[in-house]
Write a protein that binds this ligand. Structure first.
Ligand SMILES: C[N+](C)(C)CCCC[C@H](N)C(=O)O
Ligand SMILES: O=C(O)CCC(=O)C(=O)O
Ligand SMILES: [Fe+2]
Length: 402
């Protein structure tokens, strides 16, 4: 039996609130305190102390005239709410909070809904569960790869795959036919493909067909892709269709593991990297391709309300001119960047794998960095980018927290 109590503000004569007084008597064992407070109502429920703003309480009303339950969209015009609105009466009954407003409209909230959706209730559960890894912990976790046959036909296999993806930021599918078509099919189980200047599905070799170092045989240090987009691509998919030669292993590094170490060891440097906006550019001017993309944002993005890290944008190749900060800040930024880089380059953080035909890897491009060893011979890599929103939507649809 969850414990519930509430506080409210008396805005008028106390006798204007007969219901509340009655409730207080009836629920006397549940009521902790009754306080005079300004713009909110304080409710204790299920171990959570919620501070519920009155405008918010009117705005989130789930009555038919306020909210369309079929489309899950608000009907109420929020701008029509008096910003000084107060309920004329308030009570808790049968697990619900009932509020009567000056125009006689009644709002009824399920207390469980409130505790899940209030700021205080939400704060406990929003942080995405993740397993931060280095190569040792990743290998020890022994994450089973999904299988082509199963993932294509079976939602529980897709769910397991996505659960691993959400936890580790990387996940594999094996036994995929070594074709662009099969690679496309398996990605479409997961999400929508994000078409970019490189195409929808791309298949590339070291032929310098584009003005970018990916189209060479050179080694590439760890990085995230499309840092020059306003919203970098959510997922990178790789499938090595062919390699006749040496080298060419893929490097994976958990960027969040490194960034969290930085937060722990040097909170000020971490903070700086979350605050200083940095430009990344993709400038291509070849016969067939003319592009100039630009993205501006901090290397580390954290949610302002709980400081949870949700994106790392790290690409030393594509990072462009720093001209958003004065010289004295620049020195501190380079120090912070160096510390993050040192962490990212620790050998124990490096997971090296040789991608072979049949194995498709999905990489969270907001978290896990990729790179590659230099190589010889013909190496053909196909893949695509996926939209992050749609990946998370698929995951939520399967009942996962995302
Ligand atoms: C994956 N694919 C070969 C198509 C594109 C590579 C883009 C490379 C770019 N420097 C970046 O890091 O975003
Ligand atoms: O060739 C590779 O393994 C990866 C190259 C790369 O970084 C990319 O295509 O984004
Ligand atoms: Fe890349």
């Amino acid at each position: 039996e969850p414990v519930c109590s509430f506080r409210f503000r008396l805005h008028a004569r106390p006798q204007a609130f007969p219901q509340i007084r009655i409730r207080i008597l009836l629920l006397s064992s549940f009521v902790n305190t009754v306080h005079k407070v300004g713009t909110y109502f304080e409710l204790h429920y299920n171990g959570t102390s919620m501070h519920l703003n009155y405008v918010w309480l009117r705005d989130h009303c789930r009555s038919e005239s306020s909210f369309n339950a079929k489309t899950n969209q608000r009907e109420l015009d929020s701008a029509s709410i008096d910003l000084d609105i107060r309920p004329v009466s308030t009570k808790v009954e049968d697990g619900r909070l009932l509020l009567k407003w000056p125009d006689d409209h009644v709002t009824s909230y399920d207390l469980n809904w409130l505790s899940e959706n209030s700021y205080e209730g939400n704060r406990k559960s929003t942080v995405q569960p993740r397993v931060l890894w280095d190569s040792d912990t990743y290998n020890k976790a022994n994450v089973p790869p999904a299988k082509w046959d199963k993932i294509m036909n079976c939602d529980s296999e897709l769910k397991r795959f996505l659960q691993n993806y959400l936890l580790f930021g990387v996940a594999f599918v094996q036994d995929v036919p070594a074709t662009v078509e099969a690679t496309e099919e398996v990605t479409q189980r997961v999400s929508l493909i994000r078409e970019t200047t490189y195409g929808r599905m791309w298949c590339f070799t070291s032929d310098f067909s584009r003005g970018d170092s990916a189209y060479s045989q050179l080694a590439l240090d760890r990085h995230t892709d499309t840092s020059y987009f306003h919203e970098p691509c959510g997922i990178q998919v790789f499938h090595c269709l062919k390699h006749e030669g040496t080298g060419g292993r893929t490097l994976l590094v958990d960027g969040f593991n490194a960034a969290e170490k930085l937060r722990e060891n040097s909170p000020d440097n971490f903070k700086l990297l979350t605050q200083i906006p940095i430009k990344h550019d993709y400038v291509e001017n070849t016969g067939n391709h003319k592009n100039h993309m630009r993205g501006i944002g901090p290397l580390l993005e954290v949610y302002p309300w709980n400081k949870e890290l949700y994106m790392i944008r790290y690409n030393n190749y594509d990072r462009s001119v720093i001209n958003t900060i004065p010289h004295n800040v620049i020195q501190s930024w380079y120090i912070a960047h160096r510390e993050l880089t040192t962490e990212l380059r620790r050998p124990q953080n490096e997971l090296w794998i040789k991608l072979n035909p049949g194995t498709v890897v999905f990489i969270d491009n907001w978290r896990v960095m990729h790179g590659r060893e230099s190589f010889t011979g013909l190496r053909q890599l196909c893949g695509c980018y996926l939209t992050r929103d749609d990946v998370l939507s698929t995951a939520r649809g399967l009942g996962l927290q995302a």
